[in-house]
Write a protein that binds this ligand. Structure first.
Ligand SMILES: NC(=O)c1ccc[n+]([C@@H]2O[C@H](COP(=O)([O-])OP(=O)(O)OC[C@H]3O[C@@H](n4cnc5c(N)ncnc54)[C@H](O)[C@@H]3O)[C@@H](O)[C@H]2O)c1
Length: 438
């Protein structure tokens, strides 16, 4: 028995070449190598073909909007990027999955994975509009929110979608999630809300941002922070360029927010420089639109709510201080381009059209009630006199600029407010869909 089993082994050791030729093992070996090389040679060329195909089709499916300026942006985008962005990489992956021929390249667990995006503060005003766009794009979206100023109503229309998750959580505490991108918006944005508990506001900005940066580092996600034009304080330079360092009071009543956001930017840059994290910094200027809190003290929502309630419009100071007003869909487009692009920033995202408070009051009167009265009150502490973004950098590097004028955007916000205040005008006040039509 032992002798029979040992025989073939002995033959192999004594003349392995004759054994291999005789048994036709060599033919099989070369055939195997040939097939493997063919597979590896074919896969990259297919990917590059579908990359160009995908980018042009993106112009049709809304990732990059479909007008002519956007298509030139996608060409520009393609020329600029030596490697496809994460977004494109995942789309390629999805496409080849659909064709059923990618099994050789990717581990099983990753094969049909969509882009997973975390939006902190996603139940708030800006966050919920961003979530709408990400969901429409086909991503899996997780919203983390403590509902301090956000509302479930803002995202309720996604509850039945299996790609959507909502987690009640305060970003001051750490959280572990597996995601590819993090849009970090969680922070009260209106003076009424951020002054309500200043210590909590600065904790949210510092500890919340640290927690989200730590998470991004751990799972190797790209991280975008929504900073603010408030980092320029009461600016001594007009309009404000990103290279301007600002004029901020470090001990004033607004400092919890202004300085908090400055620290959040610093932390983001330090994670980027020191730990190689991919970060993106947006400095957002005044933004308005449907789903803003009704009584949050921000000037556009104040005027609109007051005019609808037939109350006088409150103008603080002499009303000659200026602001720029950006419609929310323009901001969301800018945030997404920033996240997908190759540039860290900071980028000013705002509408450079400048209005005095009195001019704004006039537009509100024209839109809602020509007989609305104006009431003057003493100005609040540290209220900046002028605000206007210089958006050349975003125009050049992101191919972005706002498209919706105040006179176009205001009626969309008014119908949403009217519906929430009085429960009427339902048909025209879908706070989610209307912004994309604008
Ligand atoms: N809207 C603007 O004009 C504007 C201007 C500049 C910057 N920003 C920035 O954009 C982001 C979004 O602003 P918004 O206007 O949508 O404000 P918002 O108040 O409507 O939204 C903020 C969201 O963050 C949530 N949140 C607050 N603290 C949190 C915490 N500790 N943990 C978890 N969630 C928390 C709130 O519940 C809310 O849903 C903010 O970071 C803000 O600083 C907005």
């Amino acid at each position: 028995m032992n002798v029979n089993v040992g025989r073939p082994n002995k033959r192999v050791t004594s003349n392995p070449i004759r054994y291999v030729i005789g048994e036709q093992r060599l033919v099989c070996l070369f055939l195997g190598i040939g097939i493997a090389s063919l597979i590896f040679a074919l896969i990259p060329s297919k990917s590059s073909l579908s990359l160009s195909g995908r980018i042009s089709s993106n112009n049709n499916d809304g990732w990059i909007s479909s007008d002519s300026s956007s298509s030139s942006l996608s060409e520009h985008h393609l020329q600029q990027q030596s490697v496809p962005s994460r977004r494109i990489a995942y789309e390629l992956q999805d496409e080849s999955d659909q064709r059923g021929n990618s099994g050789a390249k990717l581990p099983m667990g990753l094969k049909s994975r969509r882009l997973r995006v975390l939006v902190t503060g996603g139940a708030g005003f800006v966050g919920s509009h961003l979530v709408d766009r990400l969901m429409a794009r086909g991503d899996s979206v997780i919203v983390v929110d403590n509902f301090f100023t956000g509302r479930k109503d803002n995202v309720v229309h996604h509850f039945k979608n299996p790609r959507f998750e909502l987690i009640r959580h305060d970003v001051v505490e750490p959280i572990l999630l597996e995601v590819d991108q993090i849009y970090h918006l969680a922070c009260p944005a209106s003076p009424v809300h951020y002054k309500y508990n200043p210590v909590k506001t600065i904790k949210t900005n510092v500890m919340g941002t640290l927690n989200m940066l730590g998470l991004a580092k751990r799972v190797n996600a790209r991280f975008l922070i929504t900073s603010t034009s408030e980092v320029y304080g009461d600016p001594l330079q007009h309009p404000q360029v990103e290279t301007y360092w600002g004029n901020v009071n470090p001990i004033g009543v607004r400092s919890c927010y202004d300085e908090g956001k400055r620290v959040a930017e610093t932390l983001s840059m330090d994670y980027h420089r020191g730990l190689n994290l991919e970060v993106r910094i947006a400095r957002i200027f005044n933004t308005y639109g449907p789903r803003m809190c009704l009584d949050d003290g921000r000037v556009v929502s104040n005027f609109v709510a007051q005019a609808l309630r037939k109350e006088p419009l409150t103008v603080y100071g002499d009303g000659k201080q200026t602001r720029s007003f950006q419609y929310v869909s323009d901001l969301v487009e800018g945030l997404m381009r920033l996240m997908e692009g190759d540039h860290v920033g900071p980028f000013n995202l705002g509408n450079p059209g400048e209005f005095t408070m009195l001019e704004l009051a006039k537009v509100v009167q024209e839109t809602i009630d020509p007989n609305a009265k104006i009431e003057f009150r003493p100005n609040t502490e540290d209220d900046p006199h002028k605000r206007k973004p210089d958006i050349s950098k975003a125009k050049n590097l992101l191919g972005w600029e706002p498209k919706v004028s105040l006179r176009e955007g205001l009626p969309l916000m008014v119908s949403d407010f009217r519906q929430r205040l009085f429960g009427d005008d339902k048909s025209s006040s879908n706070s989610g869909g209307s912004i994309f039509a604008a």
